[in-house]
Design a protein around this ligand. Sequence first.
Ligand SMILES: [Zn+2]
Length: 332
Amino acid sequence: MKSWEKVLGNDSAKKALKESFEKQSFLHNYLFIGEDEEGKIAMAREMAKAILCEGEEKPCGRCKSCQLFHGGEIFGENHPDYEEIFPTKTTSKESIKKEAVMDLMESTRMKSYRGKGKVYVIHGMETMTVEGQNALLKTLEEPLGGIHFILLTKSEGSILPTVLSRSNVVEFNGMTQEETLELLMKRGYSESMARKILVMGSGSLKRAESIASGGELSELRREVFSAIHKVVKEKGYTPLGTWKFFEEKEGQWTEIFFFLESWARDVAVYFVTQEKEKIANTDFMDIMVEDAQILGERSLQMMNILHQGKEYLHYNGNKQLVIENMLLEIGG
Ligand SMILES: [Zn+2]
């Protein structure tokens, strides 16, 4: 098996990239989109190794360049032609600012140290400011020889259309259920336990394991279900209280929405089938049943309300207003 094929799951992404790896010819830029952080990073790093490899079958894992990638404590830190860029926290939230992009541009103009070009992996593209994206756009429009960008983002929502249209988009869908199940069992979970974990994490192994081990996400999941239950149960529940919940957990909205969507799926399924066995979040069955009963036909609208809320968050500056409206709509 080729090294890049070992990246877990993501069959459609692998299919899309197969030719690049086989022909050893890579485009100037890629935009990896998807929730599967681990998959995107693993693939980006394999690709970087292949681009800069000095051996025969790239990435060979033996040449000087390949070895440099694994030389330091952090992947690639010792490689002179490789750089990973992360969002930084300046005010209240993390972002990639124009200044960081300008520094990057400066660095692309310097010669490749080992003569095989340069690779830049940008994490959290969704946090890059509009000014930053516009600065990056120039390079995407007129790529310099030997310079490669691999941009990683959770969703395309906040990426400028001009950047999107000049990027080679590859979708990362994570692992299939069967693949995740197999992996969990390899890690020592019994099949029944593995199936349970799978439902809770829905595709993301990291999320599943954190929930299973009773870690931070397990607690967050419990809090999200109980908060939304309150919103449904007490129609007059002050949305302000629940906004505080969101506000305090600013960095975890992806996970919060993930759990909310999982809740919405369960109430809709239970409302339609009236079968408890169809509920995925078995450990919160009572909440799912009760919410579906209170919501009635409105159970079927919850997913839409959440999707709409998520979309508005991208475009509307007043996040509190968006969240409160969304909760009011859920509460009815
Ligand atoms: Zn090599």
